[in-house]
Design a protein around this ligand. Structure first.
Ligand SMILES: [Mg+2]
Length: 393
């Protein structure tokens, strides 16, 4: 088969409203007003492309707000991709990027729309060759992927320690903890992490994630960072605003603990700035946001050349992003650890886009590691009932 042309592209926005209002994680800036917007439900935009030889490619755009924004962008740019060969994936990426780069849209919703399309194109390309996606990325570098449990959120200490013990019992060797809950009293966070450290023991790798809680307050971030390194915490994630590259560089220079960030960032141009200013020790791109597989490969190369490990972000994306990230990560020589999300936004309403969206789940967790399936492409088949149930008209 010399080529496999795209015959149809469909973008589908899904929204699962939460029945009960939840409190936004309180470290997040403006958390008190986010319950009715970002945290009112689970959202995503899926991309399905069909080809002349009957192959379907599936991708996901990361969505935190307005899922139909990415859907409508995809509807508008789809005509220029129809009739094009899915094997020309990087050329198609440049076509999409070139369309809007000089029109002020090389970040944000446009890049997230491109990401979903790009993943679907790579999925279709790998299926055209009847190989798992990792074969096209470069081949398997890891037998399985080291994974961490994400994340322990602030609750009563008894519940938190029970959760940490549960992760340990299930075989996790690494756990991430959310911090940044009280900016006036950062010692509460420090005590919280210390209690978990004492309970799970020194063998457990622990990371902390502030979700940008300290904003522009480098002094508090430094104080917390020093305490975290004393507790042998492996990384300090998003301490400051993601736009404060100089502030992150100052932290990285002053602290021994690794500064991790990247989930809020787009494209290799964003990564380049953090690297150039020595503002990051561990980079965390999300392929459904940063520009798809095509762009994540370039970011990976940039990081590798600068000896910075790649720790993929999956966050609260759907099972499609999870599947694609597994396939992509297994082909990365400098892959560090896989974010294996364990918590739903609502305990009473688990995310169906994570748990029920695929006919056959792709996640297999064994003794601290993710096993990466050998199915063609990203290895997913959508559960049509879930798609139909939550589709936004
Ligand atoms: Mg994070």
């Amino acid at each position: 088969m010399k080529q496999n042309r795209i015959t149809n592209i469909e973008a589908i926005s899904l929204y699962v409203p939460l029945k009960e209002k939840i409190d936004a994680p309180i470290s997040i800036p403006h958390a008190s007003v986010l319950a009715d917007t970002i945290f009112s439900g689970y959202r995503t935009t899926l991309v399905r492309i069909q080809t002349e030889f009957g192959i379907e490619g599936v991708g996901e755009c990361m969505v935190r707000l307005a899922p139909t924004a990415t859907r409508d962008i995809i509807r508008d740019i789809a005509p220029m991709l129809i009739g094009r060969d899915v094997l020309d994936r990087e050329a198609l990426w440049e076509l999409m990027y070139g369309t809007m780069m000089n029109r002020g849209h090389s970040r944000g919703f446009y890049t997230e729309a491109m990401s979903g399309l790009d993943i679907a194109i790579w999925d279709a390309a790998a299926k055209t060759l009847d190989v798992p996606l990792y074969k096209l990325v470069g081949g398997r570098h890891h037998e399985k992927l080291r994974a961490y449990a994400s994340s322990i959120r602030f609750r009563d200490m008894d519940l938190v320690l029970a959760q940490a013990r549960d992760y340990k019992t299930r075989g996790f060797k690494a756990i991430k903890i959310k911090i940044g809950r009280n900016l006036e009293r950062p010692e509460l966070d420090i005590d919280f992490v210390r209690a978990i450290r004492e309970d799970v023991g020194d063998e457990m790798k622990l990371m902390v994630d502030a979700n940008c809680a300290y904003g522009e307050d480098i002094g508090t971030a430094l104080r917390v960072g020093r305490a975290m390194q004393d507790l042998d915490i492996y990384w300090f994630e998003e301490p400051l605003s993601p736009d404060n590259i100089d502030g992150n560089a100052a932290l990285a220079a002053a602290l021994d603990i690794n500064i991790a960030l990247g989930e809020a960032d787009f494209m290799m141009y964003g990564a380049r700035e953090f690297i150039a200013k020595k503002a990051v020790d561990i980079f965390q791109p999300n392929i459904s946001r940063t520009g798809g597989i095509t762009e994540a490969r370039r970011i990976a190369a940039l990081l590798q050349a600068n000896h910075i490990p790649y720790a993929p972000h999956t966050g609260s994306c759907s099972a499609v992003c999870l599947a694609a990230t597994l396939q992509f990560s297994v082909a990365l020589p400098h892959f560090l650890m896989f974010e294996y999300m364990q918590s739903d936004w609502s305990k009473n309403q688990p995310n169906p886009l994570r748990h029920d969206l695929l006919k056959q789940p792709v996640e297999i967790f064994e003794d601290g590691f993710m096993v990466v399936p050998e199915r063609p492409g990203i290895g997913v088949e959508l559960n049509e009932d879930i798609v139909d149930n939550w589709r936004v008209a």
